[in-house]
Design a protein around this ligand. Structure first.
Ligand code: ATP
Length: 411
């Protein structure tokens, strides 16, 4: 197991030391829980520091803030708090038990012991804790044998109804499996399939589903994680036109540096306009996601035109202007046509940044007047540049003056 000290930066170590000291003073047993313990056991760098106290977490957080120059955010109603210095952050929660009264509903939460807190978790590999202060300091708590599952390389739910209680766990299962090179344990796989068959994703709100998909698309191995979710039938349950999303395999390994938004566009690659619209609604997408998905569906209809043997830069620009860059980038990665790929790259890397030197006010001083005419002349200048004519400022002025002359002063 990697040592906690070796895996924390100086800032985080200062916060942790204050939390441990405060927990001792306030007589609240304190534990490092879940992800960071799992990551230390795997010899990985923990991405966050989650702490649980058998006691009042907001009170301990206020103590830590008082002893350091950390900022504190308290959520008294939930018994949680976070303390932050610069980029370093500790999340503290009061140990709790959860009861799911019906699938998909948020659970009823009451105070509990650390064991109860661990047993409400998603997978055995996350139901682990390390005592930091109190009678069990230094002890590794592992009530569901998560350490043995980590050794065996298995993601296992804690009980048969886990995915039914909270169907977002199907996404989490796939993320852990792909991120940590584990496998879904046999019975867990069966439970996941059953939950999908029972359409348990329908019990989860659009916003929560979108957040889960965003987490999948933000993984380092986003493409592999997406393909695995597709192969397991998670994506077709999420939205049937996503099918198994096998086309996403055309993105390079990981995602080849593609941003999550580009992958959102990629998911809409084979969709019709209507299907893309349904995708936007299904996940209650914010405008950037919505534009990426809708524009993707619009652009796939232009695939043939993008391959045409002759395509002037101005025509290419017109075809793509105003479309979300994520959708153009996704099409570049997904289209099998070499010619289309090259044109999309030309637009992304060069054409979309082309601008005339002169601005609206320069045109006004040359006598173009105001209103829509300014836009029209700027457009002519832009098209000159798109066609590769590298005009100087002076040449742009002459172009405008000639144009004015040939239109008898009127444009
Ligand atoms: P990551 O590295 O992705 O942040 P993590 O394990 O820290 O991994 P979080 O999403 O930060 O994941 O959640 C913190 C802990 O809370 C998890 O380790 C898990 O024990 C628990 N948890 C989170 N979401 C759920 C859930 N839907 N059901 C049950 N337990 C959950």
């Amino acid at each position: 197991m990697r040592s906690l000290r070796g895996a924390t930066s100086t800032g985080a170590a200062g916060l942790l030391a204050a939390a441990i000291e405060g927990a001792g003073r306030l007589d609240m047993p304190l534990y490092l829980v879940g992800g960071p313990v799992r990551d230390l056991l795997l010899g990985r760098q923990p991405s966050d520091l989650d702490l649980v106290v058998e006691g009042d977490a907001p009170r301990l957080a206020s103590y830590v803030a008082g002893k350091t120059d950390a900022k504190v955010v308290l959520h008294r109603r939930f018994g949680t708090a976070s303390v932050r210095v610069g980029k370093e952050r500790l999340d503290l929660a009061t140990a709790r038990r959860e009861v799911y009264e019906r699938p998909g509903a948020l659970p009823k939460v009451t105070g509990g012991s650390i064991e109860e807190d661990l047993l409400r978790r998603d997978f055995t590999i996350n139901a682990v804790a390390l005592g930091l202060a109190g009678p069990r300091s230094g002890e590794l708590l592992d009530p569901s044998l998560g350490v043995s599952d980590l050794d065996k390389g298995l993601v296992r739910t804690l009980h048969a109804k886990s995915f039914e209680d909270d169907a977002t766990r199907v996404f989490r299962a796939v993320r852990y499996e792909q991120r940590l090179s584990l496998s879904l344990e046999g019975e867990t796989l069966g439970r996941l399939a059953k939950a999908l068959e029972m359409d348990m994703l329908a019990t989860v709100s659009a916003d929560r589903l979108r957040r889960e998909l965003a987490l999948v698309l933000s993984e380092e191995r986003a493409v592999e994680t997406t393909l695995r979710a597709g192969a397991l039938g998670v994506l077709s349950r999420l939205y049937p036109p996503l099918k198994d999303a096998s086309w996403m395999g055309r993105f390079p390994e990981g995602s080849g540096g593609a941003q999550p938004l580009t992958l959102v566009a990629g998911l809409a690659y084979p969709m019709s306009h209507g299907e893309a619209e349904g995708f936007v609604r299904r996940l209650n997408m914010p405008s950037s996601w919505g534009a990426a998905a809708r524009d993707m569906a619009r652009l796939t209809g232009k695939a043939a035109a993008l391959e045409a043997p002759e395509l002037p830069a101005t025509a290419l620009y017109r075809m793509l202007e105003g479309r979300s860059a994520a959708s153009v980038e996704a099409l570049r990665r997904l289209t099998p046509s070499r010619a289309a790929q090259e044109r999309l790259a030309e637009y992304l890397e060069r054409l979309r940044f082309v601008k005339p030197i002169l601005r609206g006010e320069d045109l006004a001083s040359l006598g173009v007047g105001r209103g829509p005419r300014v836009g029209e002349v700027l457009r002519l200048l832009l098209e000159e540049r798109l066609e590769g004519r590298a005009l100087t400022r002076e040449e742009e002025r002459n172009f405008v003056l000639n144009h004015l002359k040939s239109h008898g002063g009127e444009i």
